[in-house]
Structures are given as structure tokens and as C-alpha cells.
Design a protein around this ligand. Structure first.
Ligand SMILES: [Zn+2]
Length: 358
């Protein structure tokens, strides 16, 4: 069952990263309807005047907003090295300085680059992000633990054994290349210094940058207790972090019942395009409705299995969400992320055994 859960997570990640590996010539991108600037690591899709969607860092997709005199970056990579690569590549689109970073939520793939930003860069987030980074021991808990902390050392162990076991020179060279990459990743992880935002807000913060208005909005709990969406009303764009991805988001810190309501608030914003924390930009509000329907289904099925006395680990195998495959093609069969299902069980227990479905 663990394998299923891991495969599910991997599939989610792969879908999230899909499209980030193709080499593209500047200004051309068969996979993107937008003009593209290719940096060394990141590929920037120009979504609107001064608004770029950055893909290719191996973690979240980030948004770079170039203002009259400065730059705001939404989310900043999985490691300090990733953030440095982003800063370096931003020079391919502007010579203005990065002065603001917004963390859409506290998870590692959106905040672990924070430490590289100079003191004159404001790191802004909903106040829960600061609480979480200061108090949650985030490098020793999920989602970092499985996705990075234990995965990379295990990968190194496996590749080391594979390299020793093969006599085929070509295969050995390939495995050693992978091993070297994994060792580099491990060094980069060791450099992480959890760094909280220095500017926080409760429900709304607006930056007025020349002709551009940048609204940071907390619409309610959902993917985490402190998700920010970055809304550009004039451009009719909204960066949703992992509150709304193209695919299915991690649920281990979620408030699933509230998430459904928070997504209603998202739908009420006047926007033409979502720039999600993972996946590809999309504008169809029906996709949000489809995700709400997925969340409701997860809740109902997990509640039923829990009432039947099924363990969380078994429920994670038995939950069947394949009816949502049309909207979320990364669903390949029955099962759901174990961390999300365990989290739901704990939450349901904390509700006094009542069914969370309304
Ligand atoms: Zn993420």
C-alpha cells in the first residue's frame, strides 16, 4: 500500500512537472500558447505585460511580476540553490531588483528558497505561514519528510547498490550520473534554513506598484491554514499556489470541508486565468468545480470507510476516485495519498466521530 501511495504522489509530482523538461528556443514553445524566455534553469512564459509564469525548478511553479521599479516573485523554490537559480534566470527578463517574495503557503516547495533573499527583500505571507515555519519543525514533518528528507538518502542508497551490482559500463555510467545528481540534491537540502516571512497579514494586503495593483488575499483555510492567492484585478490573473492546482494537491495539511467553501470564494473573483502552484495555467472555473467535487468525494468515501472500522492505511488503498479521471488524468487507479487519508482520519476523530460531510 505504501508503494501505491508513493506512486500516487510521484504521479502527481510528475504531472506537476510535465512540460518542464523540454528544451525550448527563446520565443518558441510548442507546448505553450505564450511567448517564452528560456533561462538556464527556469522557462518563463509571458502571460501578460510584466507577468511571467516560471516553470522548471523541480518544485512549485512560480510567478514573476515585474513592476515599474522592482520585481515580486510568488514562491521561491525548493532549496536555496533553486532560489539562486531563479534569481539568476530572472535577469533574462528584467534588470529590476527582486524586492518582494510572496509565499503562498508554508510547504517546502514554496518557501525553502527564502533564506537566500537579502534583508532588503520583504518575504510576505499570511500570518499562519510564519507560525508554521517558526514552530512546526518543518524539516522533520510531512510533506518535506517523505518528499525530500527521507527520499533522497534512500535514493542514494539504492543507486549506490545498483552501481556496485552492474558490470555493464554504459549502465554503470548512467547510474553514477543519477547518483551524482542525487548527491548534489542532498547537499542542496542540507543548505536549507527555514526562514519565516518578515511581513504578514491576516486577510488582505494590497501592493500598489505604479499602475499595477497586487492583491494578496486569504480566502479561507483550504490546502493549509494559511493559503494566499495573489490576485491582479486589472490583468484578471490569479496565482493560486496549491489551493488550486491543475492536478490534485497534497492533502496532508488540508481543511477539506473548508477548502470546498474557500474555492467558492476563489470562483467569485473576476479572473480570466489561474497560474497554479503546479501544472499549467487554465481559465476554466469548471475545473475548480471539478476539484470541489473530487474533495467532496474523498470526504464521503473516507468517512464511510472509517465508520466501517477500516484503518486509514487500508482506506488509502480502497478509496476509489477513478470517476474523476476525466478532470484529473493523473488518477491511474484506486487509492489516494496515504498522508492525506491519515490526516482526514485524525481530523474526523477530532470532530467527535461525526461525519464531516454536510
Ligand atoms: Zn506545492
Amino acid at each position: 500500500m505504501k508503494v501505491n501511495a508513493v506512486l500516487f504522489v510521484m504521479a502527481t509530482l510528475l504531472v506537476g512537472l510535465a512540460g518542464s523538461v523540454r528544451a525550448q528556443a527563446p520565443g518558441q514553445d510548442a507546448a505553450s500558447p505564450y511567448p517564452v524566455v528560456q533561462g538556464k534553469t527556469y522557462r518563463f512564459q509571458k502571460i501578460a505585460d510584466g507577468v511571467y509564469y516560471a516553470v522548471g525548478g523541480g518544485g512549485s511553479n512560480d510567478t514573476v511580476i515585474v513592476n515599474d521599479n522592482d520585481v515580486l516573485v510568488v514562491d521561491d523554490g525548493t532549496t536555496p540553490a533553486g532560489a539562486r537559480a531563479l534569481l539568476e534566470d530572472v535577469k533574462a527578463i528584467t534588470d529590476k531588483p527582486v524586492r518582494y517574495v510572496v509565499n503562498t503557503h508554508f510547504h517546502y516547495d514554496h518557501t525553502d528558497g527564502n533564506s537566500v533573499f537579502a534583508p532588503n527583500v520583504d518575504i510576505i505571507a499570511q500570518e499562519f505561514v510564519r507560525t508554521a515555519i517558526l514552530n512546526f519543525n518543518i524539516l522533520n514533518r510531512e510533506p518535506y519528510l517523505t518528499s525530500q528528507g527521507t527520499r533522497v538518502p534512500r535514493l542514494i542508497e539504492t543507486l549506490t547498490k545498483q552501481a556496485a551490482a552492474t558490470d555493464d559500463p554504459a549502465k554503470k555510467a548512467e547510474v553514477q550520473k543519477q547518483l551524482q545528481a542525487a548527491q548534489t540534491t542532498l547537499q542542496q537540502l542540507h543548505e536549507i534554513k527555514p526562514t519565516p516571512p518578515n511581513v504578514t497579514f491576516d486577510s488582505k494586503l494590497i501592493l500598489h506598484k505604479g499602475g499595477r495593483e497586487i492583491q494578496l488575499l486569504f480566502l479561507g483555510r483550504g490546502h493549509t491554514a494559511g493559503d494566499t492567492v495573489v490576485y491582479l484585478p486589472k490583468e484578471r490573473l490569479v496565482c493560486t499556489g496549491d489551493l488550486m492546482e491543475t492536478g490534485i494537491a497534497y492533502m496532508g495539511d488540508a481543511f477539506i470541508d473548508e477548502w470546498i467553501t474557500t474555492l467558492d470564494a476563489l470562483k467569485r473573483l473576476d479572473f480570466g486565468l489561474i497560474l497554479p502552484g503546479h501544472g499549467t495555467p487554465f481559465g476554466d472555473k469548471e475545473h475548480i468545480t471539478a476539484f470541489q467535487s473530487y474533495l467532496k468525494d474523498v470526504m464521503t468515501q473516507v468517512a464511510t470507510l472509517r465508520r466501517q472500522g477500516v484503518s486509514a492505511d487500508e482506506a488509502a488503498q480502497r478509496v476509489d476516485l477513478t470517476s474523476h479521471q476525466k478532470d484529473f488524468p493523473q488518477i491511474k487507479g484506486p487509492g489516494a495519498d496515504l498522508r492525506g487519508v491519515r490526516h482526514l482520519y485524525e481530523w474526523m476523530a477530532s470532530q467527535g466521530g461525526q461525519s464531516p460531510t454536510k
